[in-house]
Write a protein of this length. Sequence first.
Length: 412
Amino acid sequence: MQGSIDNVHNGKCYGWAFDDQSQPPVAVSIYIDDKRAAEGVANQYRADLESAGIGDGHAAFVIDIPESFRDGHYHAMEVRSEAGTVIASRNEILVVPRLTPTEFARTAPWVDSDDDAFQTELSRRLACSEITEDLAEKLAFFRENGFVAIEQAIPHRLIDKVLDDVERAWDSPPTILVLNNTLKQPVLMQDVIQSPGFRSTSFRYLDFHNVSDACAEIMMNPQVLDFVRTYLDADIAAMQTLLFENGTQQRSHQDFPYVHSLKPASLAGAWVALEDVDPDAGPLFYWPKSHRLVKTYEFEDGTVLAEGDGEHVRRYEEYLENTCRELGLEKVQFTPKKGDVLIWHSALVHGGSTRNNLALTRKSMVTHYTTRDAYPFDRRHPQTPPVTVQRHSGIYYASQRDGHQEGLYSFD
């Protein structure tokens, strides 16, 4: 019998347990300071477990820790079998009420460390030729400002192919989802194909990379992957893409409250201009240095995650806007040329400007990245083994939606 307590965050214990002498999944109990706290079954799938030869990979567990044990202190924790056998233990592990600002900061990548630690590590990597002078400059700029721009990183032929694929999708909708501000949840593209005016709204195509090979190629751009891999210091998984034709007009927000992996602070976003952006088309805006200067917002339940929508989210958005202004930060509009890329920190405050001219489009694409070990499952199909696609130096997951054809629009 073997297993592990991998992590505790946001009030849940993550780990795995496996008995190679027993066919059914292992029933486990969580003990905190020798007190039985919770029970569960190690039957969830993780790709890394299957790769390591842990049965068929269905050996993971995610177990809620009762509120009475979430005191924000370090404790001894054990995972035991039904018979009382200790499968895994951690002598000191922080059991937090949920993903608090303190816990979130504790999991931050090396680039977000204090000034001395960052400079020491940056110098070491330069001396060992792990990074180039150019990459070191970009990392230092990113750490200070919360973003870095890479001009003409994306070949225009790829962009043109993606835009052609979008037109093909409107002629014969594939099994992808779309979402706009009037919809409470995503719907299949085929359900809005006849909706008058839908295409002129601030909507997004979800995970268009699963049908468009050119879109997937942009998502896995080597320059972007190289930067994000160095920043997060691990192999990279692309979690999702959002493809826009028009400006979003989103209020100021950050990414980490909405996009979740097993390492909440290990997250980065990349925004790609699919056309030259006009100032009246509702450009992306951002507040430089806000990722460092704006104190992490804590919701009423003690977490940094924005669950659902409503007045609690409006208060959060107002907090970000007001705090940025109080700090004297500059609100910058991003008006790039076709093929430019902006990579940003998950805590950088950003949003979408007003669409002053509704006749103008703002064709663009966003990808969110995390580390591969923090994303061992597909968020869309968490109970199903993911279908991993390797492209350049990163991975993403193929869609398993009924009727879906991966890479429907090929690119030669």
